[in-house]
Every structure is written in C-alpha cells, then in structure tokens.
Design a protein around this ligand. Structure first.
Ligand code: XLS
Ligand code: NI
Ligand code: NI
Length: 438
C-alpha cells in the first residue's frame, strides 16, 4: 500500500499572479507583511479532516466516488493509520498551518464507548507525532454528536438523559484530547439540536438541557485548564427543520439567557450565514459588535440551492469585505479560517484536493490584500464617519449619555424649530468606490 498518496505532487509554492502553474499559489505569499503581520498569521488557514479524508464522495442518491486506499482496508484501525499519514502529507505539501477534526473522523467508532476511546487514544498518539514532525497545529477539535442513530433525536436536547450523558462522555474525551494537542479552540455544532415538529417536542425543556450541557462543557474546560476558546457554530436548518442555533443573534441571546456569553464565542460558517437569510459579512459584523467573534468555517453555498453545499470560496469581493470587517475588529485571536469545504463528487483525482485548497487559499489571500487597501486608504470608513458625525455634536452626545429625557428632546425640537435635512445614503457611489478595489 503506497503511503505516499500524493507522490506526484511537490510542496506547493508561491509563484506570483503571473504563474501558469495550477499547483502553485498566486496570492498566498505566506510571509508577505500585511498591516504589520504576516499574511499567513492573518488567515490562520485550516484543512478539515472530515470532508477531505473521511467523506467518500457519496450523496443521498449514490455511493462514494473517491478511490482512496484507506477506504479499501478492512481493519478500521489500519485504515485510520493510513488516512492519518496521508492527511499529514497533504497538510505538509499544501503548507496549511492548521487542521481540524471530529473524534469519529480520525479514529473509528468501536462497539462500546470504551473501545471508541481506546481507538482514539491509539490514533491520537500517532497524530501527536505527525504534528511534531510537521509543525502543523490544531485549530480546533470537535465531537460528532449527529451521525450515530443514537443521536437522531438530539444529543444534549434528546428526550432521553442517557443520550445526553453519552454525548457528554464523548465531548469530555475529545475536549481532553484537544487540550492535549494544544488545540486553540473547541467547537460545538449542534447538528441534531433542533426539532421537526412541536407535536413531539418540548422546546423549553430542550433549551434548558442545551444550556446545562454547554455549562458542563465550560466547567470542564476550566477544570482541565484548557485555555482555548469554546465555539458554537450557528446553522439555521439541515439536518433538522428548526435548528436551535439558527444564527449569531439567536446564539448570542441563548448564551446570555444561560449566562454563558463570556464562555462561548461563535464559529461562523459562510454558507450557514446565507442559509439563515443574512450575508456572511453581517454575521461576522454582528459577532464582532457583541464580543463573540471566534472563528470562521470558510465554505460557500450555491445561490440556487438551499442547503449546505460546502464549496471552496471563490468570491473575492465577499471575502474582501469580510476580511476588512475582521481586520477592523482586531483580527483573529484564537480563531482562523477552516475550509469546511468539500470537492464535487466528480473531482476524483488526488490533485483535485490540491486545486480546491490552493484556490481557496489564494481567494482568501487576495481578499486580505484588497481589505488592506480598503483599510489603508480609509475612503469607505470616511464616508461612514461623516454620515454619523452629528452624533459627536452637542445634541448627539446629550442623547447618548442619557442626559436628555423624552420630554426634553421634544422641548429642544420645538424651541429650536429643528427640521432635519435629508441626506443621501450614497449607496451607488459607494458601490462604485468598492468596485475600484478589484
Ligand atoms: C455542518 C457543520 C459541521 C461543523 C463541525 O454543517 O458545518 O461541519 O463545522 O461539526
Ligand atoms: Ni462547519
Ligand atoms: Ni456546514
């Protein structure tokens, strides 16, 4: 069995925008300085294990299309070992500084939880070695609390407390592992935390259960001294009709209600934002403004399809606006940009994995470089500052500081005969200004 799955591919290098080499970066120049920081340190790119190495290319109508050697090994531990080798060969050749994984992506589920744990221990020991050898770091770990049938009615929100406890056991294990691997974050995506019909669902009770679960996770984090960030990943639908973590605003309200808003931040997925009826930039801006911005899952959807198609990013304008928003918010702390993205199932060659990630990284780098220009010349910012300038004046300050009552404001308007002047929002002017950056 070949343990160099990507032997035809050399390390991917930066060759500049003029390069015709499809296996080279044209914008992702990792050491280039951007606003005082290396480009790679702004983006903090991660490759995900599940779509890239665990998913066989199946869809609801058809079986896997990918011919990967580890899918053909009948011993699941040996398969996981080969998969791990190939994964790190990929991270190394691509030059992604980070990776991400679920417990069940990296090691097979056993017949009992004990067996699953020992499978994990065995593979994680090898992963630790690969991380040391390559210098590739863990952006975040997570538990798969949605694939196994036991979770069909939810994990934390299950009507059966035994399922809740089983989910807790899985999270405890993988949070400990994430800590051991120096993971920088821990993610919870509530795949089955939602409902199909209120005919069988007590929504209030399920919310309390979820609040309890998240509290237990936060307590455990502190107990073991994990310094990374706990992240919740909002998603509005799929697999359930009503997902409890609909969008950032819903998650933020939930966190406040259960007094967890200082314990958790959000992992915003680009296409989840779209599915919830928002732009990606809106979700990022909302999280930043409320102090819960954590990390990004960097995959686009398809505007004609209403589900999570998990495609690699290709819209430089969208990325530039989001990058500018992130930069203005101070950039990532523990978060980064995780490609929670997969190939189309006809893209069956090993090279396709490289084309996908190279294109994604170049798109992010290009977006970052454009955001740098937007921020440095300050033209867009100036329009916003000017638009709200009135609030710096006497009246604005009086209102904001709470020194004017409703009656006093009324008196002021009447006494001074105030008649506000309408001013253009200049959207088309701004859109033209934006177009000039591209
Ligand atoms: C699914 C989610 C999932 C999380 C990790 O839509 O994006 O992949 O990122 O469990
Ligand atoms: Ni995701
Ligand atoms: Ni998703």
């Amino acid at each position: 069995m070949s343990d160099s799955f990507f032997q035809r591919i050399d390390k991917i290098r930066y060759e500049g925008p003029q390069s015709e080499n499809p296996l080279a970066f044209r914008y992702y120049d990792k050491d280039r300085m951007v606003l005082g920081k290396k480009l790679a340190d702004h983006l903090r790119v991660a490759v995900c294990y599940w779509h890239t190495f665990a998913w066989p290319g199946s869809d609801i109508f058809g079986q896997g299309t990918f011919d990967r050697p580890w899918f053909k090994i009948s011993n699941p531990i040996e398969a996981a070992e080969l998969k791990l080798k190939v994964a790190f060969e990929f991270f190394e050749k691509l030059g992604s500084p980070y990776f991400t994984f679920h417990d069940r992506d990296i090691a097979p589920e056993g017949a009992t939880l004990k067996e699953s744990h020992s499978n994990l221990d065995r593979i994680i020991a090898q992963a630790e070695g690969e991380m040391k050898r390559t210098g590739v770091k863990l952006l975040w770990g997570t538990a798969n609390l949605f694939s196994n049938p036991r979770y069909m009615s939810g994990a934390a929100t299950n009507p059966d407390p035994e399922v809740f406890a089983y989910g807790a056991a899985q999270v405890r294990k993988i949070l400990d592992i994430t800590h051991k691997l120096n993971g920088e974050n821990y993610v919870l995506w509530g795949g089955r935390e939602g409902y199909e019909t209120l005919l069988n669902t007590d929504m209030k009770r399920e919310a309390d259960q979820l609040g309890r679960f998240l509290t237990l996770v936060a307590e455990h984090k502190h107990k073991i001294g994990f310094k990374g960030t706990l992240l919740l990943e909002p998603k509005p639908k799929e697999p359930t009709k009503h997902q409890y973590d609909y969008d950032t605003a819903t998650v933020y309200a939930f966190l406040q209600r259960y007094k967890l808003d200082r314990e958790y931040a959000v992992n915003i997925e680009a296409n989840h934002a779209i599915l919830s009826g928002h732009t990606f930039q809106h979700e990022v801006a909302y999280a930043i403004q409320n102090g819960v911005f954590g990390s990004i899952d960097m995959n686009r959807g398809d505007y004609l399809l209403g589900w999570d198609t998990d495609q690699f990013p290709n819209d430089v304008q969208e990325i530039a606006l989001v990058m500018a928003t992130i930069l203005k918010g101070g950039g990532f702390t523990t978060g980064g940009m995780n490609f929670d993205a997969k190939l189309r199932r006809q893209s069956i060659d090993p090279e396709d994995l490289f084309h996908a990630h190279i294109g994604g990284m170049d798109c992010l780098a290009r977006g970052l470089l454009i955001a740098e220009k937007m921020i440095s010349d300050g033209k867009l910012e100036a329009v916003i500052n000017e638009r709200y300038a009135g609030w710096k004046g006497e009246l604005g300050q009086k209102i904001l500081s709470g020194k004017a009552s409703l009656a006093e404001l009324s008196d002021t308007v009447l006494e001074k005969g105030i008649e506000p002047k309408a001013r253009s929002g200049r959207q088309e002017y701004l859109e033209n200004l934006l177009a000039r950056y591209f």
